[in-house]
Every structure is written in structure tokens, then in C-alpha cells.
Design a protein around this ligand. Structure first.
Ligand code: SAM
Ligand code: SF4
Ligand code: F3S
Length: 437
């Protein structure tokens, strides 16, 4: 019998990438093999994100383009999965007649039933229940072999930041049992993975009985064969000294924290329901930098939140200057219907949001470059991930502070930690060389 093939395109955060691997694992049980060519697929899945309007528009655009394959092969099925399927699955089914089903983040176990039903009577379906308990305990994601793997340790979010749609689409926070997480990571190690990234919307609130996040990550760091452990994301209101001490104590836990500040203005942080102040945030950076030598910080920032005045924006510029982040992801505020902020009066025009985005990006880019240039002449330990996208004679890897390094390719290096000398820095990328070569 001809092998069935699934093509999957993933948008949004790392959690969605992990979910795509869960979905293809469930589909493997139904006889589907992953293909990278939509033209040869029997099933196309688009795993979508709703965090900003732009993300939704992109996914809708891609769906339209992928329909060309259905016109060529009417037996092809197209499904929308993920956060946007949860938010507007009904609407998508109504407006895009070529979409066969929509399935939300807690419903992936229903994929086989949906496909059976489609085969039976071609019924278009939606499955978007939020369960509040689903953690896909028994499903081992279908990863492409490689060096790094994502591992969701929890799902959902309880924080209800005023701007954010995620808690409405992914339900309440729930943690996976620690033993189950550790079993998955031991298996990853047996398969040759060298690095794991522990994922959750706020990993600091992970708990399984007495096992909190610092305890979990310490146990993960001791799994044989795992050279590096990363984690994301950390909410500043919950980042504990215990976690910072765990990072300092275990060589395998990477010296990098992604700590989203969102704004440098206490007034805006309060309106955002973030539950910390800029002073608390800056004190966390100081504490971590004192306890963990060379630790790096990345962050997320939103500009143009409702009621953000020039003065508030200057507080953000000032915080960014003081914080000296290694990198920042900066977004224009985008109202999401159903969130608390969507009810607030928007005071910042689109032009002003864009101007603030550009100004803040310029400031951060210069800080990033300066911080990277300070590393020139230093030795760095780099986990080699693979060939550089731009050159067949160079490899790409990351420092444990999560900086990308490009350096000469040597045979047998992929999957190993190698020592390189940093020789240059351009934008967000470092360039390394092997002394003596
Ligand atoms: N849970 C993670 C955290 O709190 O760090 C990340 C959540 S979200 C998926 C990623 C980033 O998108 C947020 O940190 C925030 O900066 C941005 N974001 C979320 N909602 C947004 C909105 N309505 N408009 C603009 N940016 C938004
Ligand atoms: Fe959204 Fe806040 Fe939860 Fe992050 S912590 S997912 S920003 S509600
Ligand atoms: Fe992630 Fe986007 Fe959903 S950021 S949690 S895929 S809304």
C-alpha cells in the first residue's frame, strides 16, 4: 500500500513547534510519514499562532497558497491546528471552504478520529475543547533527528497579562509529572540528542508535588549524555534565587535567561498586569549577574501599549540602557479581542508605535553589537548544531549564553562542544576560528 504523507507548516512559538512534533507522532500511528514537499502530501497541516494579528494573516495567506495543491489533488485534506484554530476555527471553516478541519492545542488526540470521519463521509469538523488537564503524557514527539530537542514541561498559562491571548487559547496552567519529563529526556539522550530546551509559558511556576522548577532542571542537567539544558520562558515575578543558584551550580544548565520585561514603566507594567516593578526586574538581573559569571539575558518588549506616553516610553529606553540585554524581541502592541487590554483606550497611533519600535530596536541593536564585540579575542565553548545556512565550509553553533557562532567546519564536530576563539561580531552573529588552523 502507498505510504500516506503529511506536510506540516508551523508558525508561532517553540511550544507550537513541539506540538507539531506531537501531532506528527500521533499521525505516525495512523501510518503517515512526514514529507517536506506539500505537492506529495495526502494531508497538509498548518499549525497557527494568534499572538498578533500579523501572525494570523500570515497563516491565512499560507493556507490560501497551499490550496493550490488541493486543486491539483482533490483527495488531499487540509487541516488548521494550533492557537488560531482554537480562536477562530469556526470562522476559518466558514470562510475557507477548502479547509477540512480545525483542531485546537488540547485536541490533537482527536486527529485520527477526524481523519476517519473525513474518509467516511467527508464531513468538515472542528475540535477545539480546552481540557485543563491534557499534557500528552504518553505521546513521544516525532522529532527530526538532530542535536537539540524541545520538551514541554507544562502547558497553558494562568497569568492573564492584559495584552495576551494565550491563556484564553491554551487554558489553565498544568505541569507534566517530573518522572515523565525525565523519561523523555533519557530517551532523547539515547537517541543522540545533546541539548534539551524545557518549555512552558512560565517555567518558574512548574510544580509536581515537591518538585519545583529549580529541582526539575537540576535533575535534567544530570541526565547522562545531555550536554546542555535550556529553558523558556521565565516570568520576572516568579524568577527565584533558587533557580539562579541552580544555574550557577550545574555546568550543563546554560547561562542564559529569557526574561520578558515588556515595559520599563511601572505605570504600564501595572496596566499590563505583570505584577513586578522595573526596580524588581533590574534587581533580578543584578542578582543573577553577581551569582553567575557571564550570564546573558534576552527579553521581550511591547511598545505602544494603551496609555503609553512619551514619558513611559523613555522609561523603557532607560531600562534597556541599564539592563544591557544581549538581545530583545520588540513588538508593536496589537489588541487581541477578549483580552483586558482590548477594552482599554488606545492612545498611541500606529505611526507612533512604529517610530518607538524603530528607536528601541536601534538602541538594542547597538547594545547587542557592543556586547558581542566585547567577546572578540575570548574563547567560547560552542555546541555545534550543523552546517551554516550560508556556507558549506562553515558550521553553526551556539554558546551556552545562546549566541550564534559561525566557524570553520571540521568533520565529526556536529553534536559536540568545541572551543573556538571569537574573531568577529556582526549584528547578532559571532564569528569564530580554531587557533592554529
Ligand atoms: N509566556 C512568555 C512570556 O511571558 O515571556 C511569552 C509569551 S508570548 C507568546 C511572546 C511575546 O509576545 C510576549 O512576551 C509579548 O512580548 C508578545 N505579545 C503577546 N501579546 C502581544 C500583543 N497583544 N501585542 C504585541 N505583542 C504581544
Ligand atoms: Fe501571555 Fe503573560 Fe502568559 Fe506569557 S505569562 S503567555 S505573556 S499571559
Ligand atoms: Fe505560541 Fe502563538 Fe499560541 S506564541 S502559545 S503559538 S498564540
Amino acid at each position: 500500500m502507498k505510504q500516506k504523507k503529511v506536510y506540516i507548516e508551523t508558525y508561532g512559538c517553540q511550544m507550537n513547534k513541539y506540538d507539531s512534533e506531537l501531532a506528527t507522532s500521533i499521525l505516525a500511528g495512523e501510518g503517515y510519514q512526514v514529507t517536506h514537499h506539500p505537492g506529495e502530501a495526502d494531508l497538509i497541516l498548518v499549525n497557527t499562532c494568534s499572538v498578533r494579528d500579523h501572525a494570523e494573516m500570515r497563516a491565512l495567506g499560507r493556507l490560501g497558497a497551499l490550496n493550490a495543491h488541493k486543486l491539483a489533488n482533490p483527495r488531499l485534506k487540509i487541516g488548521v491546528m494550533g492557537c488560531m484554530a482554537q480562536r477562530i476555527g469556526e470562522q476559518i471553516l466558514k470562510e475557507k471552504r477548502f479547509v477540512d478541519f480545525a483542531i485546537g492545542p488540547d485536541s490533537y488526540r482527536s486527529l485520527p478520529a477526524i481523519l476517519d470521519r473525513l474518509k467516511e463521509d467527508n464531513a468538515r469538523q472542528i475540535c477545539a475543547d480546552i481540557t485543563d488537564f491534557e499534557v500528552y503524557l504518553d505521546i513521544y514527539p516525532n522529532r527530526e533527528s538532530g542535536v537539540s530537542a524541545w520538551v514541554a514541561i507544562m502547558r497553558g498559562c494562568n497569568n492573564f497579562c492584559a495584552y495576551c491571548i494565550v491563556p484564553y487559547l491554551r487554558g489553565r496552567e498544568r505541569s507534566r509529572p517530573a518522572d515523565n519529563v525525565l523519561d523523555e529526556i533519557r530517551q532523547l539522550s539515547r537517541e543522540g540528542f545533546k541539548e534539551v530546551s524545557l518549555l512552558g509559558q512560565n517555567v518558574n511556576s512548574y510544580h509536581d508535588g515537591d518538585v519545583d522548577f529549580p529541582e526539575l532542571i537540576s535533575r535534567v542537567s544530570q541526565v547522562d549524555g545531555i550536554l546542555r539544558v535550556r529553558f523558556a520562558s521565565s516570568h520576572p515575578k516568579d524568577l527565584s534565587e533558587k533557580l539562579i543558584r541552580a544555574i550557577a551550580a550545574h555546568r550543563t544548565i546554560c547561562n542564559h535567561i529569557h526574561l520578558a520585561v515588556q515595559s520599563g514603566s511601572n505605570k504600564i507594567l501595572k496596566l499590563m498586569n505583570r505584577n513586578y516593578t522595573r526596580e524588581h526586574f533590574l534587581s533580578l538581573l543584578e542578582k543573577a549577574r553577581n551569582l553567575v559569571e557571564g550570564i546573558s539575558f534576552t527579553t521581550d518588549i511591547i511598545v505602544g501599549f494603551p496609555e503609553e506616553t512619551e514619558h513611559d516610553f523613555h522609561d523603557t529606553l532607560d531600562l534597556v540602557q541599564q539592563a544591557q540585554f544581549d538581545n530583545a524581541f520588540i513588538f508593536k502592541y496589537n489588541p487581541r479581542s477578549g483580552t483586558a487590554a482590548a477594552e482599554m483606550q488606545e492612545a498611541v497611533t500606529e505611526e507612533e508605535k512604529l517610530a518607538r519600535l524603530i528607536e528601541l530596536n536601534e538602541l538594542q541593536n547597538s547594545i547587542t553589537l557592543n556586547r558581542n564585540r566585547e567577546l572578540i579575542g575570548c574563547k567560547a565553548e560552542v555546541l555545534v548544531e550543523g552546517r551554516s545556512k550560508k556556507s558549506a565550509t562553515e558550521n553553526m553553533g551556539r554558546t551556552d549564553t545562546n549566541k550564534i557562532v559561525i566557524f570553520p567546519a571540521r568533520s565529526g564536530d556536529i553534536g559536540k562542544i568545541v572551543g573556538v576563539q571569537i574573531a568577529g561580531a556582526e549584528g547578532h552573529t559571532l564569528f569564530g576560528e580554531f587557533p592554529g588552523i
